[in-house]
Design a protein around this ligand. Structure first.
Ligand code: PA5
Length: 446
Protein backbone atom coordinates (compact mmCIF):
# COMPACT_ATOMS: atom_id res chain seq x y z
CA UNK A 1 0.00 0.00 0.00
CA UNK A 2 1.40 3.36 -0.99
CA UNK A 3 -0.73 5.13 1.60
CA UNK A 4 -2.04 4.19 5.02
CA UNK A 5 -5.36 5.77 5.89
CA UNK A 6 -6.26 6.08 9.54
CA UNK A 7 -9.37 7.20 11.38
CA UNK A 8 -7.93 6.50 14.82
CA UNK A 9 -7.43 10.18 15.67
CA UNK A 10 -11.07 11.04 14.99
CA UNK A 11 -11.98 9.81 18.47
CA UNK A 12 -15.23 11.30 19.65
CA UNK A 13 -15.77 13.44 16.54
CA UNK A 14 -17.39 10.60 14.61
CA UNK A 15 -19.28 7.75 16.25
CA UNK A 16 -19.31 4.27 14.68
CA UNK A 17 -23.09 4.49 14.22
CA UNK A 18 -22.64 7.62 12.10
CA UNK A 19 -20.37 5.66 9.76
CA UNK A 20 -22.90 2.81 9.69
CA UNK A 21 -25.66 5.27 8.87
CA UNK A 22 -23.85 6.68 5.83
CA UNK A 23 -22.61 3.30 4.53
CA UNK A 24 -25.45 2.58 2.07
CA UNK A 25 -25.49 6.14 0.77
CA UNK A 26 -21.73 6.02 0.14
CA UNK A 27 -21.85 2.68 -1.61
CA UNK A 28 -24.70 4.02 -3.75
CA UNK A 29 -22.62 7.11 -4.62
CA UNK A 30 -19.71 4.86 -5.56
CA UNK A 31 -22.00 2.73 -7.70
CA UNK A 32 -23.29 5.87 -9.42
CA UNK A 33 -19.68 6.77 -10.21
CA UNK A 34 -18.44 3.41 -11.41
CA UNK A 35 -21.72 2.56 -13.13
CA UNK A 36 -21.48 5.89 -14.96
CA UNK A 37 -25.08 6.78 -14.21
CA UNK A 38 -24.65 10.12 -12.43
CA UNK A 39 -24.40 13.75 -13.50
CA UNK A 40 -21.27 14.41 -15.54
CA UNK A 41 -20.80 10.73 -16.36
CA UNK A 42 -19.40 11.60 -19.78
CA UNK A 43 -16.29 12.92 -17.95
CA UNK A 44 -15.18 9.65 -16.40
CA UNK A 45 -12.30 8.84 -18.75
CA UNK A 46 -9.88 9.10 -15.81
CA UNK A 47 -11.61 6.29 -13.90
CA UNK A 48 -10.12 3.42 -15.92
CA UNK A 49 -7.26 5.35 -17.50
CA UNK A 50 -4.49 3.71 -15.40
CA UNK A 51 -5.57 0.30 -16.70
CA UNK A 52 -6.65 1.11 -20.22
CA UNK A 53 -4.32 3.90 -21.32
CA UNK A 54 -2.85 3.78 -24.80
CA UNK A 55 0.66 2.40 -24.30
CA UNK A 56 1.80 3.60 -27.71
CA UNK A 57 0.69 7.13 -26.87
CA UNK A 58 2.55 7.06 -23.55
CA UNK A 59 5.63 5.82 -25.42
CA UNK A 60 5.24 8.75 -27.83
CA UNK A 61 5.02 11.13 -24.84
CA UNK A 62 8.21 9.59 -23.40
CA UNK A 63 9.94 9.92 -26.77
CA UNK A 64 8.93 13.59 -27.06
CA UNK A 65 10.27 14.14 -23.53
CA UNK A 66 13.60 12.60 -24.54
CA UNK A 67 13.78 14.91 -27.54
CA UNK A 68 12.96 17.92 -25.37
CA UNK A 69 15.60 16.93 -22.80
CA UNK A 70 18.25 16.80 -25.52
CA UNK A 71 17.21 20.03 -27.26
CA UNK A 72 16.75 22.63 -24.55
CA UNK A 73 18.01 24.14 -21.32
CA UNK A 74 14.63 25.61 -20.40
CA UNK A 75 11.25 23.96 -20.86
CA UNK A 76 8.29 26.33 -20.68
CA UNK A 77 4.96 24.79 -19.73
CA UNK A 78 1.97 26.98 -20.57
CA UNK A 79 -1.38 26.19 -18.95
CA UNK A 80 -3.75 27.06 -16.12
CA UNK A 81 -5.92 25.14 -13.64
CA UNK A 82 -6.05 21.46 -14.47
CA UNK A 83 -3.72 22.06 -17.39
CA UNK A 84 -0.87 22.97 -15.04
CA UNK A 85 -1.38 22.07 -11.39
CA UNK A 86 -0.95 18.31 -11.67
CA UNK A 87 2.36 18.45 -13.52
CA UNK A 88 3.78 21.05 -11.19
CA UNK A 89 2.58 19.12 -8.14
CA UNK A 90 4.20 15.92 -9.44
CA UNK A 91 7.52 17.61 -10.21
CA UNK A 92 7.73 19.12 -6.71
CA UNK A 93 6.50 15.90 -5.08
CA UNK A 94 9.31 13.97 -6.77
CA UNK A 95 12.13 16.50 -6.89
CA UNK A 96 11.32 18.93 -4.07
CA UNK A 97 11.04 22.70 -4.36
CA UNK A 98 14.43 23.28 -5.99
CA UNK A 99 14.27 21.11 -9.10
CA UNK A 100 15.49 24.00 -11.26
CA UNK A 101 18.48 24.65 -9.02
CA UNK A 102 19.60 21.06 -8.85
CA UNK A 103 22.51 19.59 -10.81
CA UNK A 104 20.77 17.45 -13.42
CA UNK A 105 20.71 16.36 -17.04
CA UNK A 106 17.15 17.53 -17.62
CA UNK A 107 15.96 21.05 -18.52
CA UNK A 108 14.82 23.64 -16.02
CA UNK A 109 11.02 23.80 -16.08
CA UNK A 110 8.95 26.99 -15.70
CA UNK A 111 5.20 27.33 -15.64
CA UNK A 112 3.54 30.33 -17.31
CA UNK A 113 0.05 31.18 -18.53
CA UNK A 114 -1.25 30.37 -15.03
CA UNK A 115 -1.82 34.05 -14.21
CA UNK A 116 -1.99 37.42 -15.96
CA UNK A 117 1.04 38.99 -14.31
CA UNK A 118 3.30 40.93 -16.66
CA UNK A 119 6.13 40.87 -14.13
CA UNK A 120 5.93 37.07 -13.91
CA UNK A 121 6.12 36.86 -17.69
CA UNK A 122 9.05 39.29 -17.72
CA UNK A 123 10.86 37.24 -15.10
CA UNK A 124 10.54 34.03 -17.08
CA UNK A 125 11.51 35.78 -20.32
CA UNK A 126 14.67 37.03 -18.67
CA UNK A 127 15.43 33.52 -17.37
CA UNK A 128 15.22 32.36 -21.00
CA UNK A 129 17.85 34.80 -22.27
CA UNK A 130 20.73 32.97 -23.93
CA UNK A 131 19.11 29.58 -23.28
CA UNK A 132 17.74 27.00 -25.65
CA UNK A 133 14.00 26.71 -25.17
CA UNK A 134 11.19 24.26 -25.88
CA UNK A 135 7.60 24.78 -24.92
CA UNK A 136 4.49 22.79 -24.23
CA UNK A 137 1.23 24.70 -24.45
CA UNK A 138 -1.59 22.82 -22.74
CA UNK A 139 -5.23 23.80 -23.04
CA UNK A 140 -8.08 21.38 -23.47
CA UNK A 141 -10.39 24.04 -24.84
CA UNK A 142 -7.56 25.73 -26.70
CA UNK A 143 -9.20 29.07 -25.99
CA UNK A 144 -8.35 29.94 -22.37
CA UNK A 145 -7.14 33.53 -22.18
CA UNK A 146 -4.24 33.22 -19.73
CA UNK A 147 -2.34 30.48 -21.60
CA UNK A 148 -3.30 32.00 -24.97
CA UNK A 149 -1.58 35.29 -24.02
CA UNK A 150 1.53 33.46 -22.78
CA UNK A 151 1.63 31.27 -25.88
CA UNK A 152 1.57 34.31 -28.17
CA UNK A 153 4.51 35.81 -26.31
CA UNK A 154 6.65 32.66 -26.10
CA UNK A 155 5.80 31.49 -29.61
CA UNK A 156 7.01 34.88 -30.91
CA UNK A 157 10.19 34.50 -28.88
CA UNK A 158 10.86 31.08 -30.37
CA UNK A 159 10.12 32.24 -33.92
CA UNK A 160 12.52 35.19 -33.48
CA UNK A 161 15.19 32.88 -32.10
CA UNK A 162 14.82 29.80 -34.29
CA UNK A 163 12.84 30.91 -37.38
CA UNK A 164 11.22 27.88 -39.02
CA UNK A 165 12.93 25.65 -36.46
CA UNK A 166 10.57 27.02 -33.80
CA UNK A 167 7.95 24.58 -35.01
CA UNK A 168 10.04 21.63 -33.79
CA UNK A 169 10.35 23.11 -30.31
CA UNK A 170 6.65 23.64 -29.71
CA UNK A 171 4.52 20.80 -28.35
CA UNK A 172 0.76 21.22 -28.07
CA UNK A 173 -1.62 19.33 -25.79
CA UNK A 174 -5.25 20.02 -26.64
CA UNK A 175 -8.58 18.68 -27.86
CA UNK A 176 -8.37 16.26 -30.76
CA UNK A 177 -10.52 18.35 -33.11
CA UNK A 178 -11.67 21.65 -31.60
CA UNK A 179 -10.20 24.96 -30.53
CA UNK A 180 -7.65 27.52 -31.67
CA UNK A 181 -4.68 25.37 -30.65
CA UNK A 182 -5.82 22.42 -32.75
CA UNK A 183 -6.26 24.79 -35.70
CA UNK A 184 -2.66 25.96 -35.25
CA UNK A 185 -1.44 22.36 -35.00
CA UNK A 186 -3.18 21.57 -38.26
CA UNK A 187 -1.83 24.67 -40.00
CA UNK A 188 1.73 24.68 -38.71
CA UNK A 189 2.39 21.03 -37.90
CA UNK A 190 3.42 21.18 -34.25
CA UNK A 191 3.76 17.80 -32.55
CA UNK A 192 0.58 17.40 -30.56
CA UNK A 193 -1.05 15.30 -27.87
CA UNK A 194 -4.74 14.82 -27.25
CA UNK A 195 -6.77 15.57 -24.13
CA UNK A 196 -9.61 13.08 -24.38
CA UNK A 197 -13.14 14.47 -24.42
CA UNK A 198 -14.06 12.44 -21.35
CA UNK A 199 -11.27 13.73 -19.10
CA UNK A 200 -11.82 17.10 -17.42
CA UNK A 201 -8.88 19.37 -16.61
CA UNK A 202 -8.63 18.62 -12.89
CA UNK A 203 -8.71 14.87 -13.51
CA UNK A 204 -6.11 15.00 -16.30
CA UNK A 205 -2.71 14.78 -14.60
CA UNK A 206 -2.21 11.15 -15.60
CA UNK A 207 -3.02 11.93 -19.26
CA UNK A 208 -0.73 13.71 -21.76
CA UNK A 209 -1.59 16.96 -19.91
CA UNK A 210 0.58 16.01 -16.95
CA UNK A 211 2.70 13.22 -18.33
CA UNK A 212 4.77 15.18 -20.86
CA UNK A 213 6.09 17.84 -18.42
CA UNK A 214 6.54 15.19 -15.73
CA UNK A 215 8.55 13.01 -18.13
CA UNK A 216 10.73 15.98 -19.10
CA UNK A 217 11.71 16.28 -15.43
CA UNK A 218 13.23 12.79 -15.73
CA UNK A 219 10.41 10.98 -13.95
CA UNK A 220 9.26 7.49 -14.88
CA UNK A 221 5.70 8.05 -16.11
CA UNK A 222 5.04 4.34 -16.53
CA UNK A 223 5.79 3.82 -12.84
CA UNK A 224 3.38 6.67 -12.04
CA UNK A 225 0.63 5.01 -14.07
CA UNK A 226 1.39 1.69 -12.36
CA UNK A 227 0.92 3.36 -8.98
CA UNK A 228 -2.44 4.70 -10.14
CA UNK A 229 -3.40 1.27 -11.49
CA UNK A 230 -2.67 -0.23 -8.08
CA UNK A 231 -4.91 2.35 -6.43
CA UNK A 232 -7.63 1.65 -8.98
CA UNK A 233 -7.47 -2.04 -8.08
CA UNK A 234 -7.24 -1.40 -4.32
CA UNK A 235 -10.26 0.94 -4.27
CA UNK A 236 -12.42 -0.88 -6.81
CA UNK A 237 -14.68 -2.77 -4.41
CA UNK A 238 -17.78 -1.73 -2.53
CA UNK A 239 -16.63 -3.13 0.82
CA UNK A 240 -17.21 0.00 2.85
CA UNK A 241 -15.32 -1.30 5.90
CA UNK A 242 -12.12 -1.79 3.90
CA UNK A 243 -12.27 0.74 1.07
CA UNK A 244 -10.43 3.87 2.26
CA UNK A 245 -11.58 5.87 -0.75
CA UNK A 246 -15.20 5.35 0.26
CA UNK A 247 -14.42 5.93 3.93
CA UNK A 248 -12.66 9.24 3.20
CA UNK A 249 -15.66 10.40 1.13
CA UNK A 250 -18.02 9.32 3.92
CA UNK A 251 -16.02 10.94 6.73
CA UNK A 252 -15.81 14.29 4.94
CA UNK A 253 -19.56 14.30 4.34
CA UNK A 254 -20.39 13.36 7.93
CA UNK A 255 -18.18 16.19 9.16
CA UNK A 256 -19.71 18.62 6.64
CA UNK A 257 -23.22 17.73 7.77
CA UNK A 258 -22.10 18.49 11.33
CA UNK A 259 -21.04 22.01 10.34
CA UNK A 260 -17.40 21.45 9.42
CA UNK A 261 -17.40 23.43 6.20
CA UNK A 262 -13.64 23.86 5.80
CA UNK A 263 -11.17 21.05 5.13
CA UNK A 264 -7.47 21.73 5.54
CA UNK A 265 -5.15 19.39 3.69
CA UNK A 266 -2.09 19.62 5.93
CA UNK A 267 1.27 18.28 4.79
CA UNK A 268 4.53 18.16 6.71
CA UNK A 269 6.92 18.53 3.81
CA UNK A 270 7.10 21.54 1.50
CA UNK A 271 7.61 19.18 -1.45
CA UNK A 272 3.86 18.55 -1.15
CA UNK A 273 2.70 22.16 -1.03
CA UNK A 274 1.85 22.04 -4.74
CA UNK A 275 0.10 18.70 -4.25
CA UNK A 276 -2.17 20.64 -1.89
CA UNK A 277 -2.80 23.21 -4.64
CA UNK A 278 -3.72 20.42 -7.05
CA UNK A 279 -6.00 18.87 -4.39
CA UNK A 280 -7.69 22.24 -3.72
CA UNK A 281 -8.56 22.59 -7.39
CA UNK A 282 -9.78 18.99 -7.56
CA UNK A 283 -12.15 19.32 -4.61
CA UNK A 284 -12.96 23.02 -4.96
CA UNK A 285 -14.09 22.85 -8.58
CA UNK A 286 -15.75 19.49 -8.11
CA UNK A 287 -17.80 20.24 -5.00
CA UNK A 288 -18.19 24.00 -4.66
CA UNK A 289 -21.50 24.62 -6.42
CA UNK A 290 -25.25 24.86 -5.90
CA UNK A 291 -24.57 26.72 -2.64
CA UNK A 292 -22.86 23.63 -1.22
CA UNK A 293 -19.39 22.27 -0.61
CA UNK A 294 -16.51 21.95 1.81
CA UNK A 295 -14.08 24.83 1.31
CA UNK A 296 -10.69 23.21 0.52
CA UNK A 297 -7.80 24.89 2.21
CA UNK A 298 -4.22 23.80 2.89
CA UNK A 299 -1.30 24.17 5.23
CA UNK A 300 2.34 23.14 5.15
CA UNK A 301 3.72 22.16 8.55
CA UNK A 302 5.63 23.03 10.53
CA UNK A 303 5.88 26.35 8.63
CA UNK A 304 2.18 27.16 9.00
CA UNK A 305 2.09 26.17 12.67
CA UNK A 306 3.78 29.53 13.15
CA UNK A 307 1.06 31.23 11.14
CA UNK A 308 -2.49 29.92 10.66
CA UNK A 309 -1.71 27.24 13.27
CA UNK A 310 -3.04 29.71 15.84
CA UNK A 311 -6.40 29.88 14.07
CA UNK A 312 -6.57 26.13 13.67
CA UNK A 313 -5.86 25.63 17.37
CA UNK A 314 -8.22 28.25 18.80
CA UNK A 315 -10.20 30.04 16.12
CA UNK A 316 -13.75 29.40 14.96
CA UNK A 317 -14.44 25.63 14.99
CA UNK A 318 -15.50 25.26 11.36
CA UNK A 319 -12.72 23.05 10.08
CA UNK A 320 -11.36 19.55 10.00
CA UNK A 321 -7.95 18.45 8.84
CA UNK A 322 -6.80 15.74 6.50
CA UNK A 323 -3.16 15.32 7.39
CA UNK A 324 -0.84 13.86 4.80
CA UNK A 325 2.02 12.68 6.96
CA UNK A 326 5.12 12.28 4.80
CA UNK A 327 7.28 9.86 6.75
CA UNK A 328 10.41 9.34 4.63
CA UNK A 329 13.57 8.62 6.58
CA UNK A 330 16.55 10.16 4.82
CA UNK A 331 19.19 9.62 7.52
CA UNK A 332 19.86 13.35 7.84
CA UNK A 333 20.82 13.76 11.50
CA UNK A 334 21.19 16.69 13.88
CA UNK A 335 24.83 17.27 14.91
CA UNK A 336 26.15 17.34 18.49
CA UNK A 337 27.49 20.62 19.88
CA UNK A 338 30.01 20.09 22.72
CA UNK A 339 29.06 23.50 24.15
CA UNK A 340 25.32 22.78 23.83
CA UNK A 341 24.95 26.56 23.58
CA UNK A 342 21.43 26.26 22.17
CA UNK A 343 20.39 23.49 24.59
CA UNK A 344 19.57 21.25 21.63
CA UNK A 345 21.78 18.30 22.48
CA UNK A 346 18.71 16.32 23.50
CA UNK A 347 18.13 16.11 19.72
CA UNK A 348 21.72 15.29 18.74
CA UNK A 349 22.00 12.14 16.66
CA UNK A 350 18.26 12.11 15.95
CA UNK A 351 17.18 12.34 12.32
CA UNK A 352 15.35 15.46 11.18
CA UNK A 353 12.53 13.17 10.12
CA UNK A 354 12.23 11.83 13.66
CA UNK A 355 11.71 15.39 14.88
CA UNK A 356 9.19 15.98 12.08
CA UNK A 357 7.28 12.84 13.08
CA UNK A 358 7.10 13.99 16.70
CA UNK A 359 5.92 17.39 15.46
CA UNK A 360 3.25 15.62 13.40
CA UNK A 361 2.05 13.59 16.39
CA UNK A 362 2.18 16.58 18.72
CA UNK A 363 0.16 18.63 16.24
CA UNK A 364 -2.51 15.97 15.70
CA UNK A 365 -2.94 15.66 19.47
CA UNK A 366 -3.05 19.44 19.98
CA UNK A 367 -5.48 20.10 17.13
CA UNK A 368 -7.86 17.30 18.11
CA UNK A 369 -7.73 18.57 21.71
CA UNK A 370 -8.63 21.96 20.22
CA UNK A 371 -11.77 20.54 18.57
CA UNK A 372 -10.45 19.89 15.06
CA UNK A 373 -11.17 16.38 13.74
CA UNK A 374 -8.10 14.84 12.09
CA UNK A 375 -8.14 12.25 9.32
CA UNK A 376 -4.58 11.00 8.73
CA UNK A 377 -3.02 9.60 5.59
CA UNK A 378 0.50 8.20 6.01
CA UNK A 379 2.82 8.37 3.02
CA UNK A 380 6.10 6.49 3.28
CA UNK A 381 7.60 7.39 -0.05
CA UNK A 382 7.78 10.12 -2.66
CA UNK A 383 8.22 7.98 -5.74
CA UNK A 384 6.38 8.18 -9.05
CA UNK A 385 4.22 5.21 -7.96
CA UNK A 386 3.34 6.97 -4.68
CA UNK A 387 2.23 10.06 -6.57
CA UNK A 388 0.12 8.06 -9.04
CA UNK A 389 -1.48 6.14 -6.18
CA UNK A 390 -2.29 9.29 -4.21
CA UNK A 391 -3.74 11.07 -7.24
CA UNK A 392 -6.08 8.20 -8.00
CA UNK A 393 -7.12 7.90 -4.35
CA UNK A 394 -8.12 11.56 -4.22
CA UNK A 395 -9.76 11.59 -7.67
CA UNK A 396 -12.00 8.63 -6.90
CA UNK A 397 -12.78 9.87 -3.38
CA UNK A 398 -13.70 13.24 -4.89
CA UNK A 399 -16.14 11.69 -7.38
CA UNK A 400 -17.83 9.65 -4.64
CA UNK A 401 -17.85 12.59 -2.24
CA UNK A 402 -19.39 14.90 -4.85
CA UNK A 403 -22.24 12.48 -5.46
CA UNK A 404 -22.75 12.11 -1.70
CA UNK A 405 -22.97 15.89 -1.49
CA UNK A 406 -25.52 15.89 -4.28
CA UNK A 407 -23.60 17.85 -6.91
CA UNK A 408 -22.15 17.14 -10.33
CA UNK A 409 -18.45 16.67 -9.51
CA UNK A 410 -17.40 17.00 -13.13
CA UNK A 411 -18.57 20.43 -14.24
CA UNK A 412 -17.43 23.93 -13.31
CA UNK A 413 -20.10 26.38 -14.54
CA UNK A 414 -19.04 29.01 -12.02
CA UNK A 415 -15.67 29.71 -13.63
CA UNK A 416 -17.41 31.42 -16.56
CA UNK A 417 -18.63 34.41 -14.52
CA UNK A 418 -15.32 36.25 -14.24
CA UNK A 419 -14.44 35.43 -17.84
CA UNK A 420 -17.61 37.05 -19.19
CA UNK A 421 -16.97 40.20 -17.18
CA UNK A 422 -13.31 40.35 -18.18
CA UNK A 423 -14.11 39.90 -21.88
CA UNK A 424 -16.80 42.58 -21.70
CA UNK A 425 -14.45 45.04 -19.99
CA UNK A 426 -11.77 44.28 -22.62
CA UNK A 427 -14.18 45.04 -25.52
CA UNK A 428 -14.34 41.49 -26.85
CA UNK A 429 -16.79 41.45 -29.76
CA UNK A 430 -20.13 39.98 -28.72
CA UNK A 431 -19.99 41.32 -25.17
CA UNK A 432 -21.26 44.86 -25.86
CA UNK A 433 -24.40 44.64 -23.70
CA UNK A 434 -22.51 43.13 -20.80
CA UNK A 435 -19.89 45.87 -21.09
CA UNK A 436 -22.53 48.61 -20.91
CA UNK A 437 -24.18 46.96 -17.93
CA UNK A 438 -20.93 46.46 -16.02
CA UNK A 439 -19.60 49.94 -16.73
CA UNK A 440 -22.85 51.51 -15.53
CA UNK A 441 -22.64 49.50 -12.31
CA UNK A 442 -18.98 50.34 -11.79
CA UNK A 443 -19.65 54.06 -12.39
CA UNK A 444 -22.27 54.00 -9.64
CA UNK A 445 -19.64 52.74 -7.19
CA UNK A 446 -17.64 56.00 -7.48
O1 PA5 B 1 -10.54 21.59 -14.30
C1 PA5 B 1 -10.84 22.31 -15.24
O2 PA5 B 1 -11.57 21.92 -16.16
C2 PA5 B 1 -10.27 23.71 -15.36
O3 PA5 B 1 -9.54 24.08 -14.24
C3 PA5 B 1 -9.37 23.81 -16.57
O4 PA5 B 1 -8.32 22.89 -16.45
C4 PA5 B 1 -8.80 25.21 -16.76
O5 PA5 B 1 -9.84 26.16 -16.78
C5 PA5 B 1 -8.00 25.31 -18.03
O6 PA5 B 1 -8.79 24.97 -19.13
P1 PA5 B 1 -8.15 24.65 -20.53
O7 PA5 B 1 -7.33 23.41 -20.38
O8 PA5 B 1 -9.31 24.45 -21.45
O9 PA5 B 1 -7.29 25.82 -20.93
Amino acid sequence: MAIKFTEKYLGSFIRPEEMSAIREETVAASRTLTGRTGAGSDFLGWLDLPATYDKKEVARIAAAAEKIKKTCDVFIVIGIGGSYLGARAAIEFLHGNYYNNKKKDTPDIYFVGKDISSSHLQDILSVCEGKDICLNVISKSGTTTEPAIAFRIFRDLLVKKYGDGAKDRIFVTTDKARGALRTQVNEIGYESFVVDDDIGGRYSVLSAVGLLPIAVSGADINAMLEGAAKARADFAGEDFEHNDCLRYAALRNILYRKGKSVEILAVNDPALTLTCEWWKQLFGESEGKDGKGIYPSSATYSTDLHSIGQFIQQGERVMFETVLNVNCEDGFTIPTDPQNADGLNFLAGKSVNTVNQKAFMGTVMAHTDGGVPNIVIELNGRTEADFGYLVYFFEKACGVSGYLLGVNPFDQPGVEAYKKNMFALLNKPGYEDKKAELEARIAKLD
